[in-house]
Structure formats: C-alpha cells, structure tokens
Design a protein around this ligand. Structure first.
Ligand SMILES: Cc1cc2nc3c(=O)[nH]c(=O)nc-3n(C[C@H](O)[C@H](O)[C@H](O)COP(=O)(O)OP(=O)(O)OC[C@H]3O[C@@H](n4cnc5c(N)ncnc54)[C@H](O)[C@@H]3O)c2cc1C
Length: 461
C-alpha cells in the first residue's frame, strides 16, 4: 500500500511525486512512456533548444549591421539534433536521479483504474491512499489533416529538424506552438506561412500586443493570415496544395508547401485510463473536473496539469502538482496563483494577468501605460529595439491588473510582473522600484511611469 500514487511523470507528475516524498509519504510514480513527460521530451525543452540555435543564426546575420561579419552561418542539422537530444537526456535523467534521492519508486507501464484507489499496471494491482492523475495531453487533430509525421506533422514530428528544413512550411494555428515552429523554420531558411482562424494571433491575449508581434514576425518574413482556415489539401508531385479559406468572406486561395504543422491545440489524455472504474468525472471537453484543491469528484483522487484544465503550461502543471501533493499528504493547499504565459519567438512574447479587453469587460476604469523598446538604451545596445511593455491597471485604485510584453527576454521580464500581481502591487509600486540601468527590465518601470504620464524617456501622450 502506497500513501500516494502518481500517474505520469511530466512536470505535474514529477513535482507531485517529489513533494509528496518530501512530506514523508511513500510514493509510487507510474510512467507509460518517457520520464519527464511532454515538456522535457517533446515540448518545452527541445523547442527552446531549436529556437535558441535558430536565433543564433539570425543574430550572426544581424551582427553585420554593427560591423561583425561571420559569413553565412553553416547549420549541421544532425549535430543540432544531437545537441537537442543531449539536453533532453540530461534533464530526464535528472528527474530519475531526483526520484532516487527522494525515494520515489518508479514503475514503467500504463496505469489503469480498477477501483477508486486501485490501479492495474503491467498486470499487477497497486493501491494508494491518494492518487494523483497527471496523464497530460496530446495534439488535437484537425479533420482533413491527419498527421503522418512525414508531410503532415504534429509538434513532435516538427522537432525532428535533422530530417531537413522544408523549403515551404505551413503552420495551422497561431498559438505558442505554431508561432515557435514558424520562427524556427523561418530562421533556418524556410518560406513560412501561418494561418489562424481567429482575428488575431495568440487568441485570447491582449490584441494590441499580439498584433505588434504579428507585425514584427511579418517583417521577419513570416506570412501570417488571420481569420483564415485550412480546409483541405491535395498531395501533388510539387508538394501539398493546401486550400485556405477566409472565415468571413469565404474567399479561397491555394498555397503549395512541403510540410504542414497542425498546431490547433491539445486535448487531455484520459483514454484507457479507466476513469469510469474510479468514478472520476470529466467535463464536456474531456478535462478531469477538479476543485481549487485539485481534488476530483472522488475524495483522495487528484488531477493536475494538462489533463485537468487549461492553460496547458508546464509551470501551471508543476504548481498544481505541489498543491495536490500537499493535500494528498493531509494539508489544505489551494491553487490561487497568477499564471504567466510565454512564447519564445524572437522577440519573445509574455503576459500575466488581465488583458485590456478583459479589464474593460469587467467594468473596471482601465488605464494603460506603455513603453516602446525603441526608447530603451539597453535594447539599442542589443540591436533589438522592436517591442513594447504594456501595463494594464485600475485608474481608480492604481492596482496593477496585467502586464503584456513583446521584447527580448520577455520570458524573464514577466516574472517581476507575476510577483507584482501576487503582492497586489500598485502601478506606483512598480514605478518606485529602482531598476538597474541599462536593462530591459527598466522598461517595465518606465511603462509604470507612463501610466501616470511621467515617463522620462518618452513623450507622455
Ligand atoms: C511543442 C510544445 C512546446 C511546449 N512548450 C512549452 C513551454 O515552453 N512552456 C510551457 O510552460 N509549456 C510548454 N508546453 C506545454 C507543456 O509541455 C505541458 O503543459 C506540460 O508538459 C504538461 O505537463 P503534465 O505533467 O500535465 O503532462 P505531460 O507532460 O503531458 O506528461 C504526462 C505523462 O503521463 C504519461 N501517461 C499518460 N497516461 C498514462 C497512464 N495511463 N499511465 C502511465 N503514464 C501515463 C505520459 O506518458 C506522459 O509522460 C509545450 C508543449 C508542446 C507540445
């Protein structure tokens, strides 16, 4: 009998397992595939490795502007692939080492419920006082574009850069995954098109900031078509002839590409898990229903990460894992945190808290502060002045509500904003914090000053 059994060792699962063990519990973690889950094996980590390499290629080209000529970068795709795999191996090995150090038992196999607290794995039945479900997600499919990982790819197939950079690449979906692969392929020389059904890229995010990123990516040579859907394709000798249709006008056009990435979202993975045997309820979209303690409809059975609810992000899964573990160990933790989102294009996009649109819908007396990177000394010294910091705040209370960034290192800059929101900071608090000069982070301070029409380095309109 285990105290806690965790199904899945992705970011959610391994966090839950390790924390439960730290709290003195006897823990079993079960993994059907690769330890580390999607994020470490075929998600966050390998994409970031390729994005970094792709950005270095671009940086080498750009350096000519300030007098550094490296010549046209030579890319050894096999070596790049090995480097990517090496990082994945180190990190997934690291998780297994951490399991050992924390005395988390690891069983390889597919777990299936045979009772509320009973699982069958490899023909053996194991029982836990608490169960934490962390089975993650898989790529959503798009009718008419069934992935074969040859020409029609999921993100997993698109990661195999050693199989060659396509001459013409189409990403269906302008979410984080579609845009990140668009950037990778563009930098490595592909002709890239991205189609998005909604009126803006990164649907649901702050429209003004998303549209700025779309313009910047457009200037980099990526063709972005919003309000456009891919309706089907015909495979011909010279490539995939894809029919695109404008959502409103119905106007159709055809583009010819060599590879198509289907990046229209992900769906929770519960198939074959036997949730019925446990009595665990799912919602209409297939996500396991949980409360803010991450507990499912069955007491003592928890669900975390991508299988539980959006947003489908690693750091959200990790924190939910900690909350579930604490509760499984008899604590009373709730998930009540701000969740930043990041897209690792170049420049990066990052956001946390409310968008301007959301704040207005809530009837808040919204005010915004903005600082363009063109006015940042640090951005100039980096040769990267495209971007903006946008703060959304409450004009009546001065409370900070949201921060939206397009900038180099936006992924790191957003942590300050998340902390500010967790501490219920006012915009004045941000403005009063002394930021080192010259840094990109200063632009957050200046956006806060602009909110009060007192920024120093721009005219305060
Ligand atoms: C291309 C790509 C890039 C991404 N980049 C980022 C990023 O930069 N930042 C970010 O925050 N997020 C990113 N994500 C999302 C991130 O990967 C997920 O949010 C995260 O992996 C979710 O963690 P999880 O623990 O819920 O599940 P997963 O990581 O999906 O892990 C679930 C694990 O459970 C196992 N499993 C499933 N069913 C069973 C079973 N019945 N028995 C035993 N084991 C089972 C699976 O094999 C898997 O290993 C990216 C995703 C993709 C696809």
């Amino acid at each position: 009998m285990y105290d806690v059994i965790v199904i899945g060792t992705g970011p959610g699962g391994y966090h839950a397992a390790i924390r439960a063990a730290q709290l003195g519990k006897k823990v079993l973690a079960i993994e059907a595939d690769a330890v580390g889950g999607v994020c470490l094996n075929v998600g966050c980590i390998p994409t970031k490795a390729l994005l970094h390499a792709a950005e270095e290629v671009e940086n080498a080209r750009k350096a000519a502007e300030f007098g550094l000529e490296f010549g046209e970068p030579k890319v050894d795709l096999n070596k790049l692939g090995s480097w990517r795999d090496g990082i994945v191996k180190r990190l997934t090995g690291g998780v297994q080492t951490l399991f050992k150090a924390n005395k988390v038992e690891l069983k390889r196999g597919f777990a299936r419920f045979v009772g509320p607290k009973k699982l069958e794995v490899n023909g053996e039945v194991v029982e836990g006082r608490s169960i934490i479900i962390a089975t993650g997600s898989e790529p959503a499919t798009l009718p008419g574009f069934e992935p074969d990982e040859q020409g029609i790819l999921t993100s997993t197939g698109a990661l195999k850069i050693e199989e060659g950079v396509p001459k013409r690449f189409l990403a269906i979906g302008a979410g984080a995954i579609g845009l990140e692969f668009a950037s990778i392929m563009n930098r490595f020389g592909a002709e890239v098109t991205v189609v998005e059904f909604m009126p803006q890229i990164l649907p649901g995010s702050d429209a003004e900031v998303a549209n700025l990123l779309a313009r910047i990516l457009g200037k980099q040579g990526i063709t972005i078509k919003t309000q456009t859907k891919a309706v089907g394709y015909e495979k011909k000798k010279d490539g995939y002839h894809v029919t695109l249709e404008h959502v409103e006008t119905g106007a159709q056009e055809e583009i010819v590409v060599d590879k198509i990435l289907v990046a229209v979202g992900r769906r929770p993975r519960t198939q074959g898990l036997g949730l019925e045997a446990a009595g665990v309820e799912v919602d209409a979209k297939g996500f396991i229903k949980v409360n803010d303690r991450m507990e499912t409809s069955v007491p003592g059975v928890y669900a975390i990460g991508d299988v539980a609810r959006p947003p489908l992000l690693a750091h959200k899964a990790m924190k939910e894992g900690l909350v579930a573990a604490e509760n499984a160990a008899g604590g009373n933790a709730v998930f009540d945190y701000q969740i930043p989102g990041v897209v690792y294009t170049s420049p990066e996009w990052a956001a946390v808290g409310m968008t301007e649109e959301e704040a207005r819908e809530k009837g808040i007396n919204v005010k915004v502060g903005k600082f363009p990177l063109t006015a940042s000394g640090r951005a100039m010294t980096l040769g990267a002045t495209e971007g903006v910091i946008k703060l959304v705040g409450d004009a009546d209370t001065d409370l900070l509500l949201g921060v939206h960034i397009v900038a180099p290192e936006a992924s790191d800059l957003i942590a300050e904003a998340a902390l500010a929101l967790e501490m219920a900071a006012t915009v004045t608090d941000l403005a009063l914090t002394v930021h080192a000069h010259p840094t990109l982070a200063e632009s957050v301070m200046e956006a806060a000053e602009h909110f009060h029409k007192q920024a120093i380095h721009i005219a305060n309109r």
